[in-house]
Design a protein around this ligand. Structure first.
Ligand code: NAD
Length: 258
């Protein structure tokens, strides 16, 4: 993309956002790579490019129940970076858009809690989060962060202090249903939106990836900001293939002038 092309697309995106009455953002792992958290599918750094581990096995509910130790070993580097990560300029830009009154909701596939840390208040975390953990035997719920910190220190699979069952972070594993209320609220926000801003998602994971399609069918405008092509690029009104932490502040800077 030439500088001129990029500048033009940023101006177009700003124009669309400026005209939005109900802007909703839909984010994926790519918005957090500039906070040091690797995504799943990027060619260079994606977590799935590791050939020694099959995430469909260790990060599935079945796999977790069979061998929680393998899950915890796999999730350890991700949990370490998530606990240390800070929101980047893309997260901060979305928080500013909420303060301006433009952005009504963030629908995220991320488990890293960075939208909350950036200051957004209406967030639907479709794939869960790490702030809580649940016993898979008695379903008691605990604060997730101290339990993860303890695990990162001693490397021991955490167990429930009430019944001794294994504790599972409240992240949605393969084979698990999405949280019903979050999904319903995200669907409602999608139906209401007149502009959806898709940021840093390969749009490969169902059913979350249906939401931009639903928005478009309801005549919302679609703006996609992603490093690589996605299979919904052809549907979008503006597509910007660039880093979200660079592009979003540029769009915001434009908004002041529009
Ligand atoms: P994905 O890994 O499938 O795709 C990420 C996309 O973001 C890629 O297409 C990549 O080109 C793009 N990208 C990478 N860096 C970018 C940047 N700086 N700016 C713009 N685009 C960038 O991610 P997904 O679509 O969210 O789906 C994967 C699943 O992975 C989700 O279910 C999510 O729960 C989980 N996940 C979450 C985190 C997190 O919470 N940060 C991290 C890894 C995986």
């Amino acid at each position: 993309m030439s500088d001129e092309d990029r500048h033009h697309k940023i101006a177009q995106a700003a124009h669309i956002i400026q005209g939005a009455r109900h802007l909703v953002a839909f984010t994926g792992a790519g918005i957090s790579t500039d906070s040091g958290i690797p995504d799943f599918r990027s060619d260079s750094s994606g977590l799935w490019k590791r050939t020694d581990i099959d995430p469909l096995e260790v990060a599935s509910l079945f796999g977790f129940r069979q061998n929680p130790g393998a899950f915890y070993k796999w999730v350890k580097p991700l949990a370490t970076t998530i606990l240390e990560a800070k929101p980047n300029d893309a997260h901060h830009s979305l928080a500013q858009l909420e303060v301006r009154g433009t952005l009504k909701a963030v629908i995220t596939q991320n488990i890293d809690m960075l939208h909350t840390r950036a200051g957004n208040s209406t967030i639907f975390e479709l794939h869960g989060h790490m702030r809580q953990t649940t016993c898979i035997r008695c379903y008691a719920v605990f604060d997730g962060v101290p339990i993860l910190e303890q695990f990162l220190q001693d490397g021991l699979v955490p167990h429930c202090q009430h019944c001794g069952g294994v504790l599972k972070p409240n992240v949605i594993l393969f084979g698990e249903q999405l949280p019903v209320r979050e999904l319903r609220d995200a669907q409602d926000a999608t139906k209401k939106c007149d502009v959806m801003l898709v940021i840093g998602s390969s749009l490969e994971v169902a059913p979350a990836n249906q939401l931009p399609i639903v928005a478009k069918r309801n005549h919302a405008k679609l703006v996609i900001i992603n490093l690589e092509e996605t299979h919904l690029d052809h549907m979008a009104d503006v597509v910007i293939h660039a880093r979200a932490a660079q592009v979003l502040p540029q769009i915001l800077a434009h908004l002041q002038d529009v």
